[in-house]
Design a protein around this ligand. Structure first.
Ligand code: IPE
Ligand code: IPE
Ligand code: MG
Length: 257
């Protein structure tokens, strides 16, 4: 953490919070229950965190719900997770809409059953004009997948003459990621005690502030999120500059992309 003095009152809330919701399985096992019990408790935690983000006027909340590597889990757990995802979406979409929340899904949806793909697209369309919070759910998502699909689309545009090789830049790559319309995460949170990125938004996390907590996801409540946000607000983000430059109001803010 920074040791340069900063004016904490001036630090704004993060615009975009990205969370790896880890620890559901261990939460259940501690209670001598099957892992799925922890995933269900995890959905309850999501609801409270979403509500809190709306009250705190966070613009974007991204939640890692299922990674491209999670298919490697036992078949039964994968299939229970898929049905939990489907039933939660069916149950919650109207209330998300009523609360002015815009839903977005990122990840490779082609492996999902048609009915689920349709529900995801319909929910995105229904909520697309909502403004209180953009809730991004990453399902069958991997940062490497995201970069790969971006590179393929850029390659197609070069092949068809729409772009030239010399057009490739960090900002062009950003524009082809699944999060192209969103600001990059300011605050990255991982619950469950592990300190790794597990193939989440690899490109987008370039300058995110990292926050790791041993709290298991079902126990992560608004008070725990408030603690993470206040840790974020205590930090000085320098984006490669010196602390003195950041403190000097006349220096324009650094932009990465
Ligand atoms: C995160 O919790 C949820 C998903 C990956 C779907 P885990 O299921 O990974 O819980 P632990 O890490 O085994 O406790
Ligand atoms: C990361 O958690 C993925 C999600 C929370 C969806 P994992 O539990 O799958 O991560 P690893 O395998 O411990 O790195
Ligand atoms: Mg885990």
């Amino acid at each position: 953490m920074s040791d340069t003095p900063i004016d904490c009152k001036a630090s704004p809330n993060p615009r975009h919070i990205a969370i790896i919701m880890d620890g559901n399985g261990r939460w259940a096992q501690k209670r001598f229950m099957p892992r799925f019990y922890g995933h269900k408790a995890g959905v309850k935690a999501v609801k409270k965190i979403v509500e809190y983000c709306v009250t705190e006027k966070i613009e974007v909340l991204s939640l890692f719900a299922f990674s491209s590597e999670n298919w490697r889990r036992p078949k039964e757990e994968v299939s229970l997770l898929m049905s939990l995802f489907l039933s939660t979406l069916q149950r919650e979409v109207n209330s998300l809409h009523d609360n002015n929340i815009r839903l977005r899904f990122i990840g490779d949806q082609t492996q999902f059953p048609d009915a689920l793909q349709k529900l995801m697209t319909d929910s995105e369309l229904k909520t697309q004009r909502n403004e209180a919070l953009s809730l991004v759910i990453a399902v069958n998502y991997g940062g490497q997948w995201d970069l790969t699909q971006a590179f393929k689309r850029i390659h197609d545009k070069i092949s068809s003459g729409v772009l030239q090789c010399s057009d490739i830049s960090p900002s062009l790559i950003h524009q082809h990621l699944s999060t192209a319309d969103l600001p990059d995460p300011d605050l990255f949170i991982r619950t469950g005690g592990e300190q790794r990125v597990s193939n989440f938004m690899l490109w987008q996390l370039a300058y995110a502030e990292m926050y790791f907590t041993s709290a298991l996801w079902p126990d992560f409540d608004p008070a725990a999120l408030a603690e993470a946000i206040s840790s974020f607000k205590m930090r000085q983000r320098r984006f490669g500059q010196t602390g003195e430059q950041i403190n000097d109001q006349s220096t324009p803010p650094a932009h990465l992309t």
